[in-house]
Design a protein around this ligand. Structure first.
Ligand code: ATP
Length: 444
């Protein structure tokens, strides 16, 4: 059983590797700090989260377009957005071992000091210094002609630089949004807490363009705050484990008129940012207008005026959502006299929706019937798995641990009356269901 909350993160890291969700990046070569690879089940879980974002923020709405911008962008974009100047964290440096830690990460600072104290050393910290977080590379074959480019530090700018293209090709009416999902890169000084702070990660974002008007701005900001919070809640969180928190004015990014975070009560150090809702005003479009020399204004037919719209942004980390969903779902209980651990994942996120087993693995008629039932379900529910490895208890344990909501077992009675057992992950209860009603039972 879990001894403490902080043990939960270790259990998730270990489960994620053992069961094929997430591995340390390039592990056989010793790995890279802050870089992770997704295995077969992790990639499905991540895909389901992204799909849910895409459905709710983009596909199901008439006022939002999707797009996908490139990762590499010229230096000038980041000058315009203010990142080369401002995208930096003040760090303090340990004068004993030269480790650098963000000045505001008090837990990490204390942990570092404790580490030295244990060795009977006393730490001294330097004055805070600023380091740029953008990851830079060169584009072009020869060293002399190669151009400096940046791997985007946020996916946001890819949308703003395409604002005019979207206007000219789609002719949207304000208010409208542009959403996208994609990788971002940051030279985080202290990557830590598994997927929480990585150097390569994925974001899902919406930029929602509105009339430049204080009342409209307030109304839309409230709308998206609530929308994003409810969306996050539907990933399967208990309400008490999520909260909305306003940024203090000294905490806000350089562009923000107002900023709130959705935070998760994480078992490593309490409330942590999961998602940001930012009122970016006209900061980005105005700057790109100025730096590119291209007119990024919008003509409002209704009001007969031309203006640079304001932007309300919803910005979430995909990997942080994966991590928080796993932490929230991780459960332990007693079932049939044994302790079991399982992932209580929301049904729409589970990597495997249904697992189908023959009761025994060396009985050809059971296997053949189980194969037929598997094929029947898979036609309707593609993420259905067939499993005949090991004994049935072991198979249930594996499916519990990867969060499969329902397991279907084909036994000797199936051969007589065409019924199967359906076992529920959370209660362990089994019900007999006729094969003809099986798919509707599983999808209800
Ligand atoms: P933090 O204060 O935790 O560094 P941030 O305020 O810099 O985050 P934003 O720039 O607002 O983050 O990015 C939007 C979202 O992207 C965050 O809410 C988070 O979910 C995710 N994110 C940001 N940095 C990282 C990272 N290093 N690793 C994983 N996800 C990240």
């Amino acid at each position: 059983m879990l001894k403490s909350d902080s043990e939960k993160l270790e259990k998730i890291v270990s489960l994620a590797k053992r069961r094929g969700f997430i591995f340390p990046g390039s592990e056989i070569y010793g790995g890279l700090a802050g870089i992770y690879d997704y295995g077969p089940l992790g990639v499905e879980l991540r895909h389901n989260i992204k799909q849910y974002f895409w459905n709710k923020f983009i596909s199901e709405r008439e006022d939002v377009y999707g797009m996908s911008a490139a990762i590499l962008m010229p230096e000038r974009v980041w000058e315009a957005s203010g990142h080369t100047e401002q995208f930096s964290d003040p760090l303090v440096e340990c004068e004993l071992c030269h480790a650098r830690i963000r000045e505001d990460l008090l837990d990490a600072i204390k942990e570092h000091e404790d580490m030295h104290t244990k060795k009977k050393e006393k730490t001294k910290w330097s004055e805070p210094k600023v380091f740029n977080l953008l990851v830079e590379t060169k584009l072009g074959a020869s060293q002399d002609s190669a151009t400096k480019v940046y791997l985007r530090g946020e996916i946001t700018q890819g949308v703003h630089v395409n604002f005019k293209n979207i206007l000219d090709s789609m002719h949207p009416k304000i208010p409208f949004g542009i959403g996208q999902i994609g990788k971002a890169f940051r030279n985080e000084i202290t990557p830590r807490d598994f997927l929480f702070r990585q150097r390569e990660f994925e974001q899902m974002e919406l930029q929602y363009y509105i009339r430049p008007d204080e009342e409209e701005g307030k109304k839309m900001f409230e709308y998206w705050k609530e929308f994003a919070f409810n969306w996050y809640l539907n990933l399967g969180f208990k309400k008490e484990n999520l909260r909305l928190r306003a940024h203090a004015s000294d905490e806000r990014a350089h562009y923000a008129k107002d900023a709130w975070d959705i935070e998760y009560n994480a078992p490593f150090g309490g409330w942590k940012e999961a998602w940001g809702i930012h009122h970016r005003g006209d900061w980005d479009l105005k700057r790109h207008n100025e730096y590119s020399g291209k007119d990024l204004s919008y003509f409002d037919e209704e009001k007969k005026e031309r203006y640079i719209p304001w932007d309300i942004e919803c910005s979430g980390g995909v990997d942080r959502a994966v991590l928080f969903v796993l932490l929230e779902a991780y459960s332990e209980d007693e079932l049939g006299g044994e302790t079991r651990s399982y992932l209580k994942l929301a049904k729409h996120l589970a990597p495997i929706q249904v697992a189908v087993f023959p009761l025994l693995k060396n009985k050809p008629d059971l296997i053949s019937k189980a194969r037929d039932v598997h094929a029947l379900i898979k036609k309707q529910i593609p993420s259905t798995e067939f499993d005949d490895n090991g004994n049935i208890g072991k198979r249930y344990r594996r499916q519990d641990e990867i969060g499969t909501p329902q397991c279907v077992t084909i036994d000797f009675q199936t051969l007589d009356d065409n019924t199967v057992t359906v076992r529920d992950r959370d209660t362990g209860n089994q019900e007999r269901v006729g094969v003809s009603e099986l798919v509707s039972f599983l999808t209800k």
